[in-house]
Ligand binder design. Structure first.
Ligand SMILES: Nc1nc2c(ncn2[C@@H]2O[C@H](COP(=O)(O)OP(=O)(O)O)[C@@H](O)[C@H]2O)c(=O)[nH]1
Ligand SMILES: [Mg+2]
Length: 207
């Protein structure tokens, strides 16, 4: 992959426009073209990362009240490509009924959505591989969906510990027999965007 790929993704992502927000996966736009889903525990920095990758401050609402958004949000990139902002999961204050619904719906979406080209999984680098993250990794591997992990808030650790965590996370994933790539990311410092765009360009077949 070349730096041109990352540049193409950067340009495409600048076009991201809010399209719609739906309470259930069956209400998503027709299953054609290619889409990339963003998942993560509430407060991992999913909205912040989306804003950085799309170079738009207010695109995905960042919130100090985690777990508020339970809708699936669709951002159109072009006529054939979309980003899907999945509801944050694992936050205790979300009503149990809501959580149960989404935690059942997610594996089905991962298994049946033909246009899903890959999933970006956001984790707070200080709390990686929580049970919900392991569940998503397992479901994606089961469904054959590519996963790329962003270890976000890497600005909270110095370089040595951050790199050590990256290695621990990739080793822990490999040990379970799963496939996923991973990288350090900081939405705050806007670090790691180039590397993420390369993965996104590959998944979206930007040529
Ligand atoms: N230090 C630091 N804080 C971050 C970073 N990314 C997000 N945050 C903060 O973490 C909190 C949750 O971010 P948000 O994007 O709303 O997370 P979401 O719930 O996963 O969408 C907010 O207070 C953000 O300002 C980062 O890279 N570094
Ligand atoms: Mg959010």
């Amino acid at each position: 992959m070349t730096d041109n790929a990352s540049e193409r993704a950067r340009k495409l992502f600048k076009n991201a426009r809010f399209t719609l927000s739906v309470p259930e996966a069956r209400l998503l736009p027709s299953d054609t073209g290619r889409e990339i889903a963003f998942a993560g525990r509430s407060n991992a920095g999913k909205s912040s990362a989306l804003n950085v990758l799309c170079a738009q401050r207010g695109l995905a609402r960042t919130s100090r009240t985690p777990g508020r958004t339970q809708h699936i949000v669709v951002f159109e990139l072009d006529a054939e490509r979309r980003l899907i902002d999945l509801p944050g999961f694992g936050y205790a204050k979300v009503a149990k009924s809501m959580r149960a619904h989404w935690e059942e719906a997610l594996p089905e979406y991962l298994e049946t959505r033909a246009s899903l080209a890959g999933l970006i999984l956001l984790m707070d680098i200080r709390h990686p591989l929580k049970p919900q993250d392991l569940a998503v990794l397992e479901w994606c591997n089961h469904a054959g969906v590519a996963v790329h992990v962003l270890l976000n808030k890497s600005d909270k650790l110095s370089r040595g510990p951050a790199t050590a965590t990256l290695h621990q996370v990739t080793a822990a994933i490999a040990k379970r027999g799963w496939t996923a790539s991973a990288q350090l990311f900081s939405a705050l410092k806007q670090d790691g965007a180039e590397q993420a765009w390369q993965v996104l360009a590959d998944w979206l077949q930007l040529e």
